[in-house]
Design a protein around this ligand. Structure first.
Ligand SMILES: Cc1cc2nc3c(=O)[nH]c(=O)nc-3n(C[C@H](O)[C@H](O)[C@H](O)COP(=O)(O)OP(=O)(O)OC[C@H]3O[C@@H](n4cnc5c(N)ncnc54)[C@H](O)[C@@H]3O)c2cc1C
Length: 491
C-alpha cells in the first residue's frame, strides 16, 4: 500500500491536462491541495493499526493486504465494512472522502464484464482484462474516480436521438489495438487528483445505442483528455486554524477522441450490459452514501447541538425536536444501508425480468434498501440546512473575517459582541462559528449541498428504481386478502 507522501509526490509527475480559470495547472497547484489532503487520509489510516480492520482488506486475486478502496466485495461483511469505513473516514475529513466513486465503479465493472463475456461465449476478454487491470490497481494502491454522468443534452431525448451525438460519450472508431471515444463527463469528483478514471454508461440503452455501451479505465492524464475544474475549498485561514482543512474538486472530463487500448476496455457495444452497468454503479454508489450521508448527518447534529449551546437555547423544546429530526434522518439512512449490506447477494434486478444471479459471485447490496436510504437522505438535504439555519440564527451569514478578529482596533470589540454563552471561551465560540460559516454559508457549502442531493443520481432516479423493483403486487394482495377480494397469482 502507498503512503500519503508517495501519493502527493506522484501528482506533479502527471501530464498537465488540468484547466482552471483560463490557466493550465499542475496537480500540485494550491487549488488542489485541500482535495489531495482529503485523499491523503485514505493512505494514512490504511497504515494505522487502529483502523485497519475497516480500511484494509484481503485481495481475492493475490491474498495480499490491500486498501479497501481497491477491493471487490466478496461477502456481506465486506459491504458492512465499506459502509462503516466510509462513515468513519467522512468524520475525519468532515465530508466526502473521495475514493468511493472508484471502488463503486470497479465493483460494477467486475460483475458486468464477467456477464458480458459469458453472453459473448468466449468472443471477448473483458473480464480477464479487467482482473489484470485490477491487480495492478490494487498492488499500486491507485486512486480511482468514476465518470458516469454525461452532459446529456436535451433530457427528453435518448442518446441516439440527440442533435449532437457527442452529448453522451461514445465509441467513434474501433481499431485493431483499441477504440477511440468522444464525449464529456461532468461533475466528476476528485478526477483531477485521481490516477485512473473509470468510465461507465449513464443510462439504460437500446439496440441502436451500442456505441454508447462502453466501459473502460484510463489514466486521468491520458492524451486527448482535458479536465476543466471547479475546486471547492474552504476559505484559507491565516490566524485561526481548523482541525482539518477540507476541499473537494469536480471536473468536466472532456474526451476529445481518446484512444483506449483493448486491454483497458471492459465493455464495448453490448447495450443490455451497458444499461446494467449504469444501474450497478449507481447501486454501489447509493450504498456508499449510506456511510457518508450519516457521517455528514453526524456533523450536522454536532453543529445544531453546539449552536444551541452557544445561543443558550439547548433546553428549548423546539430545539430538541429539531435535533431529533436530524438524528432520524442520519440513522435511518445508515439503517437502510446496513440492511442493504446484510441482504447483499451476487444478484441484480433486471428490468422486466426481476432478480437474477449476476456476476462471478461478488457481493452486491440489496437494491431496494440502498435506494430507499439514499433517496430519504438526499431529499432531506435542504430540510437539514433549514434546521441548522433556524437554530443558528443569522450569525453565520455575517460572521467577521479572520483579519478583523485579529486587528487590534476591532478584536476586543468583536469578541465582546460575538460572545453569547459565558461558559464557553470566546476562542472556542469563534472557531465554531467560523466552521459553521464554512459548512452553511460559503461558496463550497452550496456545492456540498448539490452533491449531497444529486450525487449517485437525483432522488427521482432512486424513486424510479424503488417503484420499478418493489413488489407492489404482493402488497395489493395483502389488502385483497383482508378485504375478502380475490388474491391474484404472480404472472
Ligand atoms: C457535487 C457533485 C458531484 C458529483 N460527482 C459525480 C461523480 O463523481 N461522477 C459522476 O459520474 N457523476 C457525479 N455527479 C453527477 C450526479 O450523478 C448527477 O448530478 C445526477 O445524476 C443528476 O444528473 P444531472 O446533474 O445531469 O441532472 P438532470 O438529470 O438533468 O436533472 C435535472 C432535472 O431534470 C429532470 N430530468 C432529467 N432527465 C429527465 C427525463 N428523461 N425525463 C424527465 N425529467 C428528467 C430530473 O428529474 C431533474 O429534476 C455529481 C454531481 C454533483 C452535483
Amino acid at each position: 500500500m502507498r503512503t500519503k507522501e508517495q501519493y502527493l509526490k506522484s501528482l506533479p509527475k502527471k501530464n498537465r491536462n488540468l484547466f482552471l480559470n483560463g490557466e493550465k495547472i499542475s496537480r500540485d497547484d494550491d487549488a488542489l491541495m485541500m482535495a489531495a489532503n482529503v485523499i491523503g487520509v485514505t493512505f494514512d489510516l490504511a497504515q494505522d493499526p487502529k483502523y485497519q480492520h475497516l480500511t484494509t482488506a484481503k485481495s481475492h486475486l493475490t491474498g495480499e493486504t490491500i486498501n479497501r478502496f481497491t477491493h471487490v466485495h466478496q461477502n456481506t461483511d465486506d459491504l458492512h465494512k465499506k459502509q462503516d469505513m466510509t462513515r468513519m473516514y467522512c468524520h475525519k475529513v468532515s465530508q466526502c472522502i473521495g475514493r468511493c466513486m472508484g471502488v463503486d465503479a470497479l465493483n460494477a465493472i467486475n460483475s458486468v464484464s464477467f456477464e458480458a463475456d459469458k453472453a459473448n461465449k468466449g468472443k471477448t476478454q473483458y473480464y480477464p482484462n479487467f482482473l489484470k487491470w485490477l491487480e495492478r490497481f490494487q498492488k499500486e494502491d491507485l486512486v480511482g474516480s468514476c465518470a458516469q454522468t454525461d452532459v446529456k443534452g436535451l433530457r427528453l431525448l435518448r442518446p441516439a436521438q440527440q442533435p449532437d451525438p457527442d452529448q453522451y460519450l461514445h465509441v467513434v472508431e474501433r481499431k485493431k489495438d483499441g477504440i477511440v471515444v468522444r464525449g464529456c463527463k461532468v461533475h466528476i469528483t476528485f478526477a483531477s487528483v485521481a490516477d485512473e478514471i473509470l468510465v461507465v454508461p449513464t443510462r439504460a440503452l437500446t439496440k441502436d445505442e451500442g456505441d454508447y455501451a462502453v466501459a473502460f479505465a484510463i489514466p486521468a492524464d491520458t492524451e486527448g483528455i482535458k479536465q476543466v475544474l471547479s475546486p471547492h475549498n474552504m476559505r484559507k485561514r491565516d490566524f485561526i486554524p481548523r482541525g482539518f482543512d477540507f476541499g473537494f474538486v469536480d471536473s468536466y472530463v472532456i474526451f476529445d477522441d481518446v484512444f483506449v487500448p483493448w486491454d483497458r476496455v471492459f465493455l464495448c457495444g453490448e447495450y443490455q450490459h451497458g444499461g446494467i452497468c449504469a444501474l450497478l454503479f449507481a447501486l454501489f454508489h447509493r450504498h456508499s452514501y449510506s456511510g457518508c450521508k450519516p457521517a455528514v448527518g453526524d456533523m450536522l447534529i454536532g453543529f445544531a447541538a453546539l449552536a444551541a449551546e452557544m445561543n443558550g437555547i439547548e433546553k428549548a423544546p423546539h430545539v430538541r425536536e429539531k435535533i431529533a429530526e436530524l438524528i432520524k434522518i442520519a440513522e435511518l439512512g445508515y439503517a437502510a444501508g446496513f440492511t442493504a449490506s446484510a441482504m447483499g447477494k451476487p444478484e441484480v434486478y433486471i428490468p422486466g425480468v426481476g432478480m437474477m444471479p449476476y456476476g462471478p459471485g461478488a457481493c452486491i447490496p440489496n437494491s431496494i434498501y440502498a435506494n430507499v436510504g439514499r433517496c430519504l437522505t438526499g431529499e432531506a438535504v435542504f430540510h437539514e440546512q433549514q434546521i441548522l439555519c433556524e437554530i443558528a440564527g443569522g450569525m453565520p451569514a455575517t460572521f467577521p473575517h479572520e483579519g478583523d478578529l485579529k486587528n487590534a482596533e476591532t478584536k476586543a470589540l468583536l469578541e465582546k459582541y460575538i460572545k453569547r454563552n459565558q461558559e464557553i471561551s470566546i476562542e472556542e465560540q469563534i472557531k465554531f462559528w467560523m466552521l459553521f460559516y464554512d459548512y452553511t454559508n460559503s461558496g463550497s457549502s452550496g456545492a456540498i449541498a448539490y452533491g449531497a442531493m444529486h450525487g449517485g443520481g437525483s432522488p427521482i432516479m432512486e424513486q424510479i428504481a424503488i417503484y420499478g423493483q418493489y413488489d407492489i403486487e404482493a402488497r395489493k394482495n395483502i389488502v385483497r386478502e383482508i378485504a375478502g377480494m380475490e388474491v391474484k397469482k404472480k404472472k
